[in-house]
Design a protein around this ligand. Structure first.
Ligand code: GLP
Length: 260
């Protein structure tokens, strides 16, 4: 895992966006795994800026979102469909037919989940998956004790996640209790993973995920099993890591490393 620490959220977001842009510039028809939440907003804003000012082209891109609340219609202001449209899709040139977001309103969740997994395979797999992390260490909506081999499925949200996400709703009772989410196993099949975290309230989860044992209690710790992970943090999110000196040393020495 490559751990990249920047002092501010803005700087962290720029690094994250550049990592995504590098994948896209190498492979214009990349398949990008998208995440919701406040964390990736800075990366999306920077990618939108690159699209507008530098011509970063999304016309051949396909996207798959990690998750969606069950029961919210796509046009509900707090659905992840609305979130993605508002913060990213309406500002770039991804063909609408190339955008996939799990359905929170299907009549057959099992069939939908199988279809979603098959669509990812048909698209050639995900080239880079963007991830945030929950304060309980979850990725997507893979709450503690989710199987590290899990696939796209229906999940019951943890109380702590419902409380964390209540800030986006009028009252906590309005937060959906169920979600449809890619599994940890699905996420681990992406060729490259980019996990982002900022703020003190993510510091414990990040320390557990990066430096703790691999455990389904912190599903983000499964990233330790993936050969190509970049972890972009601000200083607050990195504040409980014990190996910061080494991570900074690796970044500092990177330009001088022998070319493969
Ligand atoms: C939700 C999403 C996750 C996200 C997490 C953190 O639970 N399903 O994908 O990582 O929230 O959200 P935020 O970035 O707002 O802290």
């Amino acid at each position: 895992m490559e751990v990249i620490i920047r002092s501010t959220y803005e700087e962290m977001s720029k690094v994250g966006a550049q990592i995504v842009a590098d994948v896209l510039n190498t492979k214009p028809n990349s398949v990008i795994g998208m995440a919701t939440g406040s964390t990736p907003l800075g990366v999306y804003a920077e990618l939108v800026r690159m699209h507008r000012e530098e011509g970063l082209d999304f016309s051949q891109v396909t996207t798959f979102n990690l998750d969606e609340y069950v029961g919210l219609p796509t046009d509900h202001p707090q659905s992840y469909h609305s979130f993605m449209h508002e913060h990213f899709f309406q500002h770039v040139n991804i063909p609408p037919q190339n955008i996939y977001i799990p359905s929170g309103t299907t009549s057959n969740y099992n069939a939908f989940c199988e279809w979603y997994e098959q669509r990812i395979l048909d698209a050639g797999g995900i080239d880079i998956q963007i991830l945030g992390i929950g304060s309980d260490g979850h990725i997507a909506f893979n709450e503690p004790m989710s199987s590290l081999a899990s696939r796209t499925r229906l999940k019951t949200l943890a109380r702590s996640t419902i409380e964390d996400n209540a800030r986006f709703f009028d009252k906590i009772e309005d937060v959906p209790i169920y979600a449809i989410t890619m599994g940890v196993g699905t996420i681990l099949e992406a060729r490259e993973l980019l996990i982002l975290a900022n703020g003190k309230n993510k510091a414990a989860a990040i320390a557990g995920a990066i430096e703790g044992p691999v455990t389904s209690m912190i599903t983000a710790s499964a990233l330790q099993l993936h050969p190509s992970v970049k972890c972009c943090l601000d200083a607050d999110a990195a504040s409980e890591l014990t190996m910061i000196d080494y991570y900074d040393w690796v970044q500092e020495k990177k330009p001088g490393a022998p070319r493969l």
